[in-house]
Ligand binder design. Structure first.
Ligand code: 4NP
Length: 157
């Protein structure tokens, strides 16, 4: 089996996708899954920035330090370096598919498609909302990360 290499993509790469990456790293570690994980944004607004402080606090609540993560924009090489690219919502999924180069190899899907019963769901953008919206964001990305790790462990992805 090729080592799984998973890229989580949101708009700014400072709120949702860093949390998805963190949740996935934690779930993969716990399950003993050897996988590569990263995150990126479809937009360039926050290239080089640390995650949003509310995401840093949310990850910290779950024992994960993401202060060293830095925003970056999705790039062509991601479509061959990663085995899977997951979008947090439909707009980002559309933009990822539109940016896919002709030699792209990665499977591209909506992140919540990983969760039975939540297929097709978007993870809401918490950026313009209050801190209380980051808890539900964590619940979503953590459910997806846990399900994804189980699928990868079973060799079904
Ligand atoms: P994210 O949230 O896509 O989950 O990182 C956002 C972060 C920044 C902006 C929008 C959404 N922004 O417009 O700057």
């Amino acid at each position: 089996m090729t080592k799984p290499a998973i890229l989580f993509v949101c708009l700014g790469n400072i709120c949702r996708s860093p949390l998805a990456e963190a949740a996935f790293r934690k779930a993969a570690d716990a399950a003993g899954l050897d996988a590569i994980a990263d995150s990126a944004g479809t937009a360039a607004y926050h290239v080089g920035s640390a995650p949003d402080p509310r995401s840093i606090d949310t990850a910290q609540k779950h024992g994960i330090d993401i202060r060293h993560y830095r925003g970056r924009q999705l790039e062509n090489a991601d479509f061959t370096r990663f085995t899977h690219i997951f979008a947090v919502d439909h707009e980002n999924l559309r933009n990822i598919l539109a940016a896919e180069p002709s030699d792209g190899m990665a499977k591209i899907a909506l992140l919540m498609d990983c969760v039975k019963g939540r297929e097709g769901a978007a993870i809401a953008d918490p950026y313009y909302d209050g801190e209380e919206h980051f808890g539900p964001t964590w619940e979503d990305v953590d459910a997806a990360a846990t399900a994804l790790v189980a699928t990868l462990k079973s060799g079904a992805a």
